[in-house]
Structures are given as structure tokens and as C-alpha cells.
Design a protein around this ligand. Structure first.
Ligand code: IVH
Length: 666
């Protein structure tokens, strides 16, 4: 028993360390596969000895049963909010107020990013995470401990022992995750979230922690709540302590000697903020000295020693010229507003997504309306509101078509969905989008088969479904507009190569509703071949962890359709591999990159970041995110960033993408 206990402790410590390297330092030292193996080992052992499971075990991040509701919880110290200021003048006023209250003493300030998410409190007893709560009304919040445990950057056990520690931070969703989540939601007929903050809040307040886990939230810790057994003189010291204790603290906090420098830093971020991977709505300016903080105190609502410097909201006025409908891969009809071009948050905007008809109705959007637009997640242009006072009576209400605008088939709206779908499986728009998805990078990855070529192939009737791609001949291709013999040859080679893609890619490429890259991987691993996957029953599918009833039902519905089965048979006849790779024995594979460490920077033409990482790992190498003298190569795509410059100064070997391609062909 003692041995098991020791083994468990070792595994937990090891996994926690790798979580920290990956999620906090963004600098992993083992491959995903190695990490998964450790986690599997832990889970297996804990299944055998359930009495030895502890609340800080990394396995607890994925466990957790759905609950009936949330318990409320009293905060040990109230969670105050911040007063806001806008512009330089108001910031200088704040500084004057601070100095007057401090009887003209000088004050240093720490400035932090104000990430737009959801305030939470985490509380640790003897270094172990015991509770996590929402802010609520500031005095009582909701106990969302299991949900917060799914955020991998939150340590379950501190790297510094403290008898009691409460920290506060902002849970958030990156812009990329937000956009992907919304895209998936709209595609399956669920309403889109308005911004990353709502998406983060909605994800954290899920009764089923498995849903929270799937939303990939993140967190920055920005301060202390209540604590015992530690002491600090300044806020900056406390942040450094939090960093050392293993918390994800933003690296962008800065200490300034006077308010002039603070103003400059705020101005700088006003422009730079669009380059961050998450949204910030301002900066937080805090008096650094904790003694001074105490002297300044707080009002009922907010501390007098801190202020939120808010950025002006990025909004613009324009006019809706038209509303058009796009039919997606699963048949969803998405209305889009065509706008009079307007400058907004760094780009010229000409279109705005309207998501679905409910949104149009809710906001009463009409063609010809003057509207206020903004960018959700700083990227996707959206109509915020209609300027109704400016109406002239000539604006026309929009009616969703009852027929598909592309193929004229019937359009249905399922009871539980916000979306309308075209019911015709062979709708040209659906086929086009399906083809684009099939050829895309994460799917079959057919280089040279972009939208324009697909449109050309469809127009000339050379193809009508994805299986037709595999019947294309050289003569067919060279006859196309803008297709020389060289590109025709390359395209044929790329199509040929895609036949032997791993099984998970093929599953994803089929475009089964709800089946994304991750689910495809799980299905490929579990069933191994198309034959077995097609035979899988709903019960077999839902029995797989991470495959819920919605995904399972969608998979069986997909394979129940004769048309889909025929398509798969046609793909198989054309030589597309349907899984069941004879597994190579360990050690047989060539490992030309054994123990080599790579950093990847810039945009790659031939791979996604995930693919590059997969290739490097397969060949024995590692990928890390930060450049140091310990790395062996920097792989450089287009428009490389500061990592490239740093690598040059350190004398790291540089590989361009084409060189890398040659390199891996060895
Ligand atoms: S300090 C008593 N620092 O902004 C001081 N707040 O009303 C309390 N926020 O929802 C907050 N980033 O969660 C602080 N670096 C930061 C922050 C931050 C975001 C949020 C906070 C709260 C709101 C303040």
C-alpha cells in the first residue's frame, strides 16, 4: 500500500509539473503522448485504489459529476469592484486624489492589463486548492470549484507552502477559442456568444464541469484576498510571490515611479491591445505600497488605491446596404449584413455577421438602417444596435427565405435550434463548403485545392462530391482556367498523398455535425477502421468518455444515410485509406530529430502549428514556445515575430519552411 501511495504521489507531482510547464510557462518539456500516458497511468491506479484519491490529484480536473445547482458561499473579504476613469485628465485626477489622501507622499503605481473575463476567488488551505467561487454580489458568490479545476493553469497544489491563501483573478477565453466556439455553435444552430467575456462566464457557470473543460478557459491571477503566514511590503512583491507559487500572473504588469509614465503605458496599450490573444477593456492602476493601500482604504464599492483606466469602446456608425444569406457545410443559413465600408479597430469593415434570424428580429435590423457596429472578440464585425431615430420609413424588414437561396429546396428550423437549414444534402452550396472543408488543412490537407480551384472544378462539372476528386486526371486539370501543367501535377500529387492520411483526418474531413478534430481522434483510436466506426451503435458511442449523446446521435444519423454510405464506398474504391494502419513497432521508426528542440514562428504555408508539432514529435524532436540558447532550431514561416530576431541574436540555426520540408524527407 505504501508503495502505491508513493507511486501515486510521484505521478501527481510529475503531472502537476508538466501542467505548469505547459499551461503557465507555455514551455512544455514532454510530448502530448507522453503526458497522456502519465495521466492514463494515474487514472488506472486511482481506479484500483479509489480510497487513495486526493482532491488535488490532477485526475480531478477531468472528473466531477454534473450538479443540480450551485451552492452559495460567503467571501472572507468582500470582492470589491473598481471605479473607472477615461483619458489622461481623469487619470491625473486619480493620482492627485491619492497623493492628497497620503498627505503629499509620493506613490508608486503598478499597472496591469484589465482582461475582460470573469472575476473569481480561489482559496488554498495548507497549499491545496479547496474552493473556487464567482464574485457574485461581492459578498457572496457561487461555489464553482469543479469547474475551476478544469482550468489547467490553476495550480491544485502550491509550489510554496502557505497555511492559508486566497487569490483573485480573471478567468477568460482567448479570442481564438471564442471565435472557434461561436463558429461551431452557429454551425449546429446554437446561439453565438456576444463576446469572450460572456462565453467565459457561460462556460464557468455550467453545471456539468465536462462542458467547462471543453471550453478551454484560462486565467490570470492579479492579487491577494485573505492570507495567513506570509507578508509583503508591496503589491509587486505579492505578484512575484504568486508567480513563484505557480500561479499564472500576466507578464505585462509594470512598476512606475510616477503617473506620467503610467499615462504613457496606458496610451501604448490602447494601440497594442489588438495584438493580444485575448481581449482587454483597459488597464488597472494600483498603488504599489501595501501600507499606503491600507491608509487609502476603500469606499463601500471600490478601493481608493486602484482605478480602472478604460479604453474607449471601438464602435462605428455605418449603413446596411443589403442582407445576404450564406449556406454552410451543414446547411445552416447565415444572414450577413453588407455594410457601407467603415474603419473599425484597425481594419475597414464591409460585412457583419447577423448570426441568425432571432438576432435580426431582436434588434429589428432592416435593410437601409443606420447602425452601430463593433467587433466581437475584436475580430468579428457585428451590429450592436440600430439607430432608430435616423429611420426615414424606407427601410425594409428582412424575412428569412423559406427556400434555400442556392438550390430552392425546403428550409427547416428545428424546434431546439436558432438556425434554419437547407434540407437538401446535395445542395450545391453545402457541397462546395463540404469540399472546402474536406481539402482543408486540419482535414485531408490537399495543398493547392483552395476555394477558387474547387469553384472551377464544380463549374466545369469535373467533380460533384469529394470522392470525385480522386478520379481527376491530368488532362482534366490542365484544361482549367489558371492551371498550368506544373500546378496540375502538384495538385494530383497532393490528392494522391491524401489517400494515405491517418484515419482521424478522414473522419474529420467527412464533416459529420458536432465531430471536430478532437472527437475524430478519439473515434479513430477507439474504432481503428471505417468499417467498425460505421457499425458503431449509439450505446457504444456514448459509452466513450468525451463522446456525448449529441455527438453519438449525429454520428449514427450520418452513417444511417444511404447517400453517405455510398460516398464512403466510392472513396474506398478510389483508394482512400479507411484506417487500420499496421502499427509500426516501437523503435522501428526513424527518429532523425531525436532530442532536438524547435521553436516555430511566423505563418507556415504547408502546415498548421498542430501538424508541425506532430511531425517533429514523431521524428523524436520537441517543440517549445520560447527562444533560449537551449533550442536547436527555429522554424520560420512568413512574417516571423520577435522570436526570430531573438534567435538570430543567440545564433540559433534557422530553418525556412522549404528547408524544413527537405529536412523531414530524409
Ligand atoms: S483588481 C479591489 N486587477 O475588473 C480590486 N481587477 O471591477 C479588485 N479585472 O471584475 C480588482 N483585470 O475581476 C483587478 N488586473 C486586474 C484585473 C481586474 C481584470 C476585473 C476584476 C473585476 C473588475 C473590476
Amino acid at each position: 500500500m505504501k508503495e502505491v501511495q508513493e507511486k501515486l504521489e510521484k505521478l501527481r507531482a510529475e503531472i502537476s509539473y508538466h501542467d505548469y510547464r505547459y499551461y503557465v510557462l507555455d514551455n512544455p518539456v514532454i510530448s502530448d503522448a507522453q503526458y497522456d500516458a502519465l495521466m492514463q497511468e494515474l487514472i488506472k491506479l486511482e481506479k484500483q485504489y479509489p480510497e487513495l484519491i486526493t482532491p488535488d490529484s490532477p485526475s480531478m480536473r477531468i472528473g466531477g459529476q454534473p450538479r443540480e445547482g450551485f451552492a452559495t458561499l460567503s467571501h472572507r473579504l468582500p470582492m470589491l469592484s473598481l471605479a473607472n476613469v477615461m483619458g489622461e485628465e481623469e487619470l491625473l485626477d486619480f493620482d492627485r486624489r491619492v497623493r492628497t489622501s497620503l498627505l503629499n507622499e509620493k506613490a508608486e503605481y503598478v499597472v496591469e492589463l484589465k482582461v475582460d473575463g470573469l472575476a473569481v476567488s480561489l482559496w488554498y488551505e495548507d497549499g491545496i486548492l479547496k474552493r473556487g467561487a464567482t464574485r457574485g454580489d461581492g459578498f457572496t458568490g457561487e461555489d464553482i470549484t469543479p469547474n475551476l479545476k478544469t482550468i489547467r493553469s490553476i495550480p491544485l497544489r502550491l509550489q510554496k507552502p502557505v497555511p492559508f491563501l486566497e487569490v483573485r483573478g480573471e478567468a477568460y477565453m482567448t479570442k481564438e477559442t471564442f471565435l472557434k466556439l461561436n463558429k461551431d455553435r452557429v454551425e449546429v444552430g446554437e446561439p453565438a456568444f456576444a463576446n469572450p467575456r460572456n462565453a467565459a462566464a457561460g462556460s464557468l457557470r455550467q453545471l456539468d464541469p465536462a462542458i467547462t473543460a471543453s471550453r478551454k478557459l484560462n486565467i490570470f491571477i492579479y492579487g491577494l484576498g485573505d492570507y495567513r503566514g506570509i507578508d509583503f511590503a508591496t503589491h509587486a512583491q505579492s505578484l512575484n510571490f504568486l508567480k513563484e507559487a505557480g500561479f499564472p500572473v500576466s507578464k505585462d504588469f509594470r512598476l512606475f515611479k510616477d503617473i506620467k509614465e503610467v499615462v504613457e503605458y496606458c496610451r501604448w496599450w490602447e494601440k497594442q491591445r489588438f495584438n493580444l490573444p485575448y481581449t482587454i477593456d483597459g488597464l488597472v492602476v494600483k498603488v504599489n505600497s501595501l501600507v499606503q493601500q491600507k491608509r487609502l482604504g476603500a469606499t463601500l464599492k471600490s478601493p481608493r488605491w486602484a482605478i480602472a483606466y478604460k479604453f474607449p469602446a471601438e464602435q462605428a456608425q455605418t449603413k446596411i446596404k443589403d442582407i445576404t444569406i450564406k449556406v454552410g457545410r451543414t446547411g445552416v443559413l447565415t444572414p450577413t449584413a453588407i455594410l457601407e465600408p467603415v474603419h473599425l479597430a484597425g481594419t475597414t469593415v464591409t460585412r457583419a455577421t447577423l448570426h441568425n434570424e432571432d438576432m435580426i428580429k431582436e434588434k429589428d435590423i432592416r435593410v437601409g438602417d443606420k447602425v452601430l457596429v463593433h467587433k466581437a472578440g475584436e475580430i468579428i464585425p457585428e451590429v450592436l444596435e440600430v439607430l432608430k431615430a435616423e429611420r426615414r420609413g424606407t427601410e425594409e424588414p428582412f424575412v428569412m427565405p423559406a427556400k434555400c437561396p442556392v438550390c430552392q429546396s425546403k428550409v427547416i428550423r428545428l424546434a431546439e435550434e436558432a438556425a434554419r437549414r437547407c434540407t437538401n444534402l446535395t445542395c450545391p452550396a453545402r457541397q462546395r463548403e463540404g469540399l472546402i472543408h474536406f481539402a482543408s488543412r486540419g482535414a485531408m490537407d490537399i495543398a493547392g485545392l483552395g476555394q477558387a480551384t474547387i469553384d472551377n472544378l464544380l463549374k466545369t462539372k469535373l467533380i460533384s462530391d469529394v470522392a470525385d476528386l480522386y478520379c481527376l486526371k491530368f488532362d482534366d486539370l490542365v484544361s482549367l482556367e489558371r492551371m498550368g501543367p506544373k500546378s496540375a501535377q502538384n495538385l494530383l500529387a497532393a490528392i494522391e498523398k491524401s489517400k494515405s492520411n491517418p484515419f482521424n483526418r478522414l473522419i474529420f474531413a467527412l464533416g459529420i455535425i458536432h465531430v471536430g478534430e478532437r472527437a475524430s481522434r478519439i473515434l479513430a483510436e477507439r474504432f481503428g477502421s471505417m468499417e467498425r466506426l460505421m457499425k458503431a451503435t449509439f450505446e457504444e458511442l456514448v459509452a466513450i468518455p468525451e463522446i456525448g449523446p449529441k455527438i453519438a446521435a449525429s454520428i449514427t444519423a450520418f452513417f444511417d444515410l444511404e447517400q453517405n454510405r455510398q460516398l464512403i464506398a466510392k472513396l474506398a474504391r478510389s483508394g482512400v485509406k479507411m484506417g487500420e494502419e499496421p502499427a509500426k513497432k516501437k523503435g522501428e521508426e526513424a527518429k532523425p530529430l531525436l532530442n532536438k528542440t524547435f521553436v516555430v514562428t511566423g505563418t507556415l504555408k504547408n502546415f498548421t502549428r498542430g501538424q508541425v508539432q506532430e511531425i517533429i514529435q514523431k521524428l523524436g524532436g520537441r517543440v517549445t514556445s520560447s527562444v533560449s540558447k537551449n533550442i536547436d532550431y527555429i522554424l520560420v514561416g512568413e512574417e516571423p515575430g520577435s522570436k526570430y530576431t531573438k534567435a538570430l541574436t543567440l545564433g540559433i540555426s534557422v530553418l525556412r519552411e522549404d528547408e524544413f520540408l527537405n529536412f523531414i524527407k530524409i
